[in-house]
Design a binder for this molecule. Structure first.
Ligand SMILES: Cc1ncc(COP(=O)(O)O)c(C=O)c1O
Length: 426
């Protein structure tokens, strides 16, 4: 006798603040019969739902488990767009510094070996991360990119029904991951008129007795605005008062102008910093990320990694350890790309009365706003169709009148892309 499969516990988080309507699986099924996203045929098993900002995994009606209920998974619309978008001649849609080759990192190629003990991270890499950011090795948990580190933090801390406070505008995986884990999102705004600064009173007002985690990016993605050490310390105090934690995604921190700012995790045991070699060093391909946290929290993150992907790739960790030996040189390479591009962008925007911006504190992107419109979508589409130029539509960051423009790319490509924007604005 076979035991019946237990019913799936279907959790459908509320996505209303993303502007998606909430719907039922029946509605989704009927709409999907006539509609498919990206012009692809609607797959039998797995297809995209236009409802709820969710991917809906539909059981195959012909399979033996056809009575299983559909499973809805929160979707990260920006990442989906970033993975599928075309890359035109003037691609201003990126957010990392121009990728390195082996020639940029002496010794990296020679460091590669297919074996080595890296159960909880390869120790030479862990030691170098710790030394670079001024923490003990026990405070480091390695991960697959900042994305992996963010997920480990969410999975370790969030339980269904918890409140998670997240900035707005936000990088969308930082909304979708808490949703996947059953959190209720509570939002606080960072406003253009206030220079997108972190308003700690507004943030603190969003914290509830059920808040488990507060999520910020520092510098802020998409605006590049940096919260000061005092603000980050005060954020740690807010978390302490409420018995919760802060996830500070600091992936852009090493690309700020001027002296390097200490990572927020060094300011309070309530703050967990996540980062990687992706944005500031042109090493996106390594997928080398980490979380820095109080040692007991870092140990929890390592144990959660046991459930997620077990451990990292020894190849990546050896290569990343080699890169850490050359971070100052890689940072200088990045500055050599970013500084002239930043200057070029400042000259460009000063001559564009139709655009306004908050000047970022460095980082790898600018986030200008098209004046007098509710949405820059039509402009972004025209830029792509008529001028072979891609920028990221601000709607992916819940700021539809804006567009995000890459500053870490080849200077010639940036110059041609900005010329195209100027012509499209005429
Ligand atoms: C704020 C933020 N966090 C994380 C990531 C992903 O980083 P990684 O490539 O290290 O996973 C990005 C990439 O755009 C980002 O902007």
């Amino acid at each position: 006798m076979t035991t019946p499969e237990p019913a799936l516990d279907l959790h459908v988080p509320d996505c209303s603040e993303l502007g998606h309507e909430r719907g039922t699986s029946a509605e989704a099924t009927s709409r999907l019969r006539t509609w498919s996203r990206f012009g692809e045929p609607v797959a039998k098993r797995r297809t995209w739902s236009i409802l709820c900002g969710m991917t809906t995994i539909f059981p195959d009606p012909e399979s033996p488990i056809s009575d299983a209920r559909p499973v809805e998974v929160p979707r990260a619309d920006y990442l989906l767009w970033a993975k599928r978008r075309p890359h035109p001649a003037n691609d201003l849609g990126r957010s990392d510094v121009l990728g390195c080759t082996f020639d940029d990192v002496p010794g990296m190629r020679e460091s590669l070996e297919l074996s080595g003990r890296n159960d909880d991270g390869w120790m030479p890499l862990v030691d170098r991360i710790a030394a670079r950011y001024g923490v003990e090795p026990s405070a480091v948990a390695t991960a697959t990119g900042t994305s992996g580190a963010n997920f480990l933090v969410c999975a370790a801390l969030i339980r269904p029904g918890d409140d998670v406070v997240v900035e707005k505008p936000a990088y969308d995986p930082l909304l979708a991951a808490p949703r996947l884990l059953g959190a209720n999102l509570v939002r606080f705004e960072r406003r253009f008129e206030e220079g997108f600064a972190l308003d700690l009173d507004r943030l603190a007002a969003a914290v509830t007795p059920r808040t488990r985690l507060i999520i910020v990016t520092n510098p802020h993605n998409p605006t590049g605005v940096l919260g000061s050490l005092d603000q980050m310390r005060a954020l740690g105090e807010v978390a302490d008062r409420h018995g919760c934690y802060v996830l500070a995604d600091e992936i852009y921190l090493d690309a700020i102008e001027g002296p390097r700012q200490a990572v927020a995790a060094t300011l309070s045991p309530r703050i967990i910093t996540t980062s990687s070699l992706t944005k500031a060093y042109g090493l996106a391909g390594l997928r080398c990320g980490w979380a820095l946290a109080a040692p007991a929290v870092a140990e929890e993150l390592r144990r959660v990694r046991d459930l997620v992907d077990g451990s990292g790739s020894i190849l990546t960790e050896r290569a990343a350890a080699a890169a850490f030996e050359h971070l100052p040189a890689l940072a200088a390479r990045a500055r050599g790309i970013l500084e002239p591009n930043f200057a070029l962008f400042e000259r460009f925007i000063a001559a564009q009365p139709a655009l306004e911006w908050v000047r970022p504190d460095g980082g790898t992107v600018a986030f200008p706003r098209l004046k007098g419109v509710a949405s820059a979508d039509a402009f972004v589409a025209r830029l792509f169709n008529e001028f072979e130029t891609a920028v990221v539509p601000g709607r992916f960051f819940e700021a539809p009148a804006h567009m995000r423009i890459a500053l870490g790319i080849d200077g010639g490509v940036l110059a041609r892309g900005l010329e195209a924007i100027a012509r499209a604005l005429e």
